[in-house]
Design a protein around this ligand. Structure first.
Ligand code: EPU
Length: 293
């Protein structure tokens, strides 16, 4: 299905930002391949929308083609509780997948509990935190590259790194994971522990898109961007409808009337201040979509 001038705000966790010039939900892989080939021929930029959990869309929206892997074709899921093999389409919801495999007694991704997003989005940015990363369990991914060709990558070829991969541009369609049989009760307890940690340390229940900045590498180790922002006395800093969370300083929480430029303005202040106070240049973890970029 194609929609022109399609509002994206409701498709993101932040619930702000403008429209996509073209929003396309392909019915199947062939339709996706055709769309990518046509976009390339017309030099039309292509962006992929997952669950919008880590995404900030500019107030005036985005140009080009936004591909949304919504619908049953993109939510196929096969699990094998004996072998631990899981094959999932990219649009599968990560929290639902975790619930399902935990219930079936498959271990390996329960540490990602509380991380929102689609599996495809999680793989693209190697989502994770102190309790593990999705890349630890991925054995292969299949994608349609920017030329419209289907390609398969093994774990080594995906090149998982901190909050990223070395995959080429394109759209991830299928992911294979290798999990391990385990006691569901133990796994459920683990999920509870992870969620309890997050409830204590993150502004769960408020509007945000998770951590705004990546944890920088300092002296050979990753240190918490949240701690650096906190130490720069930025908790509670506000611009328009956007505030730095009092709970965890790497989260921007939004209030009614907040705009995308309130958030980018506030992040700019944080970035400048952390550089001044700590001499550290932060990198964005939040994905920003803007016209012409
Ligand atoms: N800290 C502060 N002040 C703050 C925030 C944190 O002093 O405002 C301190 C904490 O007290 C703790 C340390 O910094 O000693 C680390 O904090 P935390 O455990 O919250 O983890 P983090 O390094 O800030 C977070 C997320 C990641 C996210 C990365 C950035 C966890 C539990 N949380 O880590 O994961 O990706 O920053 O890449 O790993 C998520 O869990 O939802 C998540 C996305």
């Amino acid at each position: 299905m194609v929609t022109f001038d399609a509002p994206l705000a409701d498709k993101t966790y932040l619930r702000i930002g403008g429209a996509a010039d073209i929003l396309y939900t392909p019915a199947d892989t062939e339709a996706l391949e055709d769309a990518i080939v046509r976009a390339r021929e017309t030099e039309c930029p292509v962006r992929v929308l997952g669950a919008g959990a880590n995404l900030l869309v500019a107030d005036d929206g985005v140009d080009g083609l936004v591909i949304s892997l919504d619908g049953p074709t993109w939510r196929e899921l096969r699990t094998n509780s004996t072998s631990g093999r899981v094959t999932a389409s990219a649009g599968v919801d990560l929290p639902k997948l975790i619930l399902r495999v935990v219930g079936e007694g498959l271990a390996g991704i329960e540490g990602l509990a509380g991380i929102p997003g689609t599996l495809g989005g999680a793989v693209r940015m190697n989502a994770g935190g102190r309790f593990g990363e999705i890349g630890d369990r991925v054995t292969s991914i299949t994608m349609i590259d920017a030329t419209g060709q289907q390609r398969r990558f093994t774990t080594e070829q995906v090149g998982f790194r901190y909050r990223g991969t070395s995959l080429p541009d394109g759209v991830i369609t299928t992911i294979e994971l290798q999990l391990e049989p385990a006691d569901p009760t133990v796994l459920r307890d683990r999920v509870k522990d992870v969620m309890a940690y997050k409830k204590r340390s993150q502004p769960i229940g408020e509007h945000s898109a998770g951590c705004a900045f990546k944890n920088p590498m300092v002296g050979g180790e990753r240190i918490s961007a949240g701690r650096l922002i906190d130490e720069a006395s930025l908790k509670g800093a506000r611009q328009g409808g956007a505030t730095i969370s009092e709970h965890h300083a790497n989260f921007v929480v939004t209030h009614p009337g907040c705009t995308a430029s309130d958030i980018t303005g506030l992040l700019r202040v944080v970035w400048d201040r952390v550089r001044e106070v700590h001499g550290i240049v932060l990198e964005m973890e939040l994905v920003m979509w803007e016209r012409g970029k």
